[in-house]
Design a protein around this ligand. Sequence first.
Ligand code: NAD
Ligand code: IPM
Ligand code: MN
Length: 361
Amino acid sequence: SKNYKITLLSGDGIGPEIMQVAVSVLQAIAPKFNLTFAFEAALAGGSAFDATGHPLPAETLALCQSSDAVLLAAVGGEKWDTLPSHLRPEQALLGLRAGLGLFANLRPAKILPQLIDASTLKREVIEGVDILVVRELTGGIYFGLPKGIFTDENGVRRGVNTMAYTEPEVDRIGRVAFESARKRQSTLCSVDKANVLDVSQLWRERITKLGAEYPDVKLSHMYVDNAAMQLLRYPKQFDVIVTGNLFGDILSDAAAMLTGSIGMLPSASLGEPGKPGVFEPVHGSAPDIAGKDLANPLAQVLSAAMMLRYGLNESAAADYIEQAVTKVLDSGKRTGDIMASGCEQLGCKAMGEALLAALAV
Ligand code: NAD
Ligand code: IPM
Ligand code: MN
């Protein structure tokens, strides 16, 4: 049997609740696919700051680097919101992304037929939506220099971040996007702000140039403000979207809502082949519902499926988990965020038990 070393970063807020469900699902499917998992939990985020004074302790990063994959839940919370930026829980994510070289963030937003009525949007708008947002994750305004809060000679403070991309950075995320499009509907929309930003002009130039190598992929470009609007107006026009770090962050939350709830959306953050990836929900630590057994664990469970598919090359096991999610939704079981009339509302734990029951069949 194959043994995989998995680092578990439960983080803060609803993190531990949803992680528990995902781990129980992985444990349940392991024997069926002749796998064993060596899980090791480590500290990250606000809880890591409380315990060690740093949101991403060196031991955590080292453990992640030496594992086959990292399953992360969510970090952050009000308690840590006034810390200086380098100590905030969110820094754990940025440190992991930089430390593991995770430049490619895949965020699929696919509407499940069972959830159409849970959406705030009309059936005819969202039916059949199947979008993949390819978000650049280790560059752009999240990492550009200079950054910081500076005080000038008159004592006026200035907050600064820098949006920057190099040609190689654009090219490598572009390749991931073109390759992904090839495996889907061969349609790629690159989103930027090239009408205003120099960084976007370079981005568009490089993506266009790369397009010549992928003549079979239908490439278009869109400004980010229009893209936000088009995602709500007519989302079915999109197949793969490639964009920078900040635009991708924003557009993937918008795309999430097309599927009914951000509590459904998984993601994969990938670097060089053979290096461990990080798999985590698109949503955050949901402090408003933390500790109340209200969280939807499905984004976490689907992130575990993405880990199997993209991180460990165990796509049969990934399929099996995704089918169990479908089965549970077919049976009318829902957490509060995806509740619809005629359905049965469950808490996080009960949803986990329903999944285990579906896996056992
Ligand atoms: P959020 O995604 O945590 O929550 C937004 C809303 O969605 C809330 O109403 C929440 O209850 C709901 N929600 C989120 N996940 C859900 C789930 N699984 N089931 C049911 N409902 C769910 O975003 P926020 O409130 O803007 O941020 C809260 C904290 O999380 C902040 O500290 C933020 O920095 C952090 N954050 C972390 C990550 C991450 O760890 N990857 C991502 C986004 C935000
Ligand atoms: C996400 C989150 C993070 C981001 C934050 C918490 C650092 O919003 O993973 O989408 O902005 O990338
Ligand atoms: Mn986000």
